[in-house]
Design a protein around this ligand. Sequence first.
Ligand SMILES: [Zn+2]
Length: 649
Amino acid sequence: MSTSAAKIVAVPLGAGQEIGRSCVVVRMGGHSVMFDCGIHTAFTDERCFPRFDMLLPGGAAAAVAAAGGGGSGGGSSGGSASAAADAAPSAYAHVVDALVITHYHLDHVGALPHFVSVLGYRGPIFMTSATRGIAQTMLLDYVYVMRDRKQVEFIYTKEDLLYALSRVTVISLHERVRATSSLTLTPYYAGHVLGAVMVHAEAAGHSVVYTGDFNATADGHLGPAAIPPLRPHLLITESTYASSTRSSQKRHEDKFVRLVAEAVAAGGKVLVPVYGFGRAQELQLLLDTAWQERRLSAPIYFAQGAMQRANLLYRLYASWSRPRGVEGEAPPPPDRCPFAFKHVRPFGSKDMLDAPGACVLFATPGMLFAGFALEAFKHWAGGEANLVLLPSYCSPATVGAQLLQGKRLVTLRQGTPEAEQLHVRCRIETVSFSAHADAAGLHWLVRHLAPHHVMLVHGDRPKVAVFKSALARSFGVRAHAPENGESVHVPADPSVAVEVSKALLAAARSPPAGAAPGPAFCGRPQGAERGEARPEGGLDPERGWERSGDATDGGGGGSDGGSIADSEDDADSSVLGMGEAGAEVLEVAEAAEAAGSESCVAGAEPPVKRRRRAERLAAEEPLSRLAEVEAGSGGGGRGGEAALWGGHR
Ligand SMILES: [Zn+2]
């Protein structure tokens, strides 16, 4: 039953027509959820944070704030975890009902300690175990550099960071988590980086999918994004490479391996400046596999420090290297961890830079502006047999950017008292990698999910405008590309729960002999919201949420009567939570839909549900196959990160 006033309101507090500080707040079915809480690494002042102030009364996004939140003035001013905990309740304490983080990149999680420990948010926070584990290491590095080395005082402290992460609830793929009495969150595999998820949020029949960053094609260390065809009212998707189509991943990988192998065969040293998390492990795995296959012996090293920690974390969370629950994509067995490299080992002391012989070295940072990568470059740039292989985007004014411009006389530490010039005689090459979906992948996702509306975030203004028009032309779907603080209103036709007695169901299923089939009940009477009358479990009095379903179940239960039922097959279908009767009603409702009728037909067969599950599994087929078909050749989205700790491209 539709309600004319029913709608979903979404507002970006960050990532609106920009790449950075991802943070989108959605109000749906009387509940509000914040997706991601990142920083913008291009800003060195408080503009790096999302516009949280917009959630407070009088702010541009106040309409999406939680009903009970945002009522008592400014946030906590303590500036530390303990101070915030002791202070009077903050205006931000319950300004949203739930917060979910999609992955560990700073532009998606970097503002979390600020929002929790400085501003005082006290609602539930959800992320995967891999995201929490890797985010902690990355954010500790970030705090060390910003506070201890750069003396940036407005950045939160280590204690703030640890306090915020202590409040995290870990979620698993396909596990439907109840964030509030009727707001549920279900994560799906996003590719992109280890532990990354897309999130399906549902409340009172309203349905939203938020992608975070995702990759529609597999690479050497991650599977492609996998999500059922959910038909949400609103899809909020990244649009980083909305206007470019990459050539195949394999072509880039082959080129990378060929260049490195040729250089070491000629006795050269190969420097790969790369970010510590993600791309570094992907490329180490690529070379490790190639060395194994080709029986090569030149040593492959990674610089100690951040990359060593990253390698250990990737081993710890290696099961995320492939999506779970997708046919043919089982996670690797424990004894075949892809990140337990056979040919890659830590680099020793700096003296080894002058040792003779060919070798490969992965070192940070990716843009060659400082650190061990720059040190190695100074030692090796003069050797004609050597190779510097840049796999990532380089910001202007960095040494990496000068090399990509073809300069043979480069300035190191430009703009500082230590600036010096260096003649480059070694070979310079670049190979583009990207962990994001390109235009073909984005189009696939929209076609696959079949949303009613699409909202574009995490993209540069001109590209987003082009993609928005393309969506309207290709799919006839209404697309929105709001600025930060600009509301998107999406009319929703929410489902409502249906209660019916077992006796009535039995009568409907067993009509008197000779009676013509007729409607057992018509329409969808209003009733309890999803899960309101769930007979088991219950809310955690401390946190106000509960788990449900089986983490390995692709879409929740339905047959056990206690789980929240499937709903991905129809955003408008009713969802139950009424014990045994709930499952039975669902079957009848599905049968009615299969019969193409608004009415429920007595005696309808329930196998529709089994067919739907089979269809869903088939639909979760890796996106890469289709994306590969759709992808043309030529032009390329280049990979790139904006900061030392890994970034957003
Ligand atoms: Zn990302």
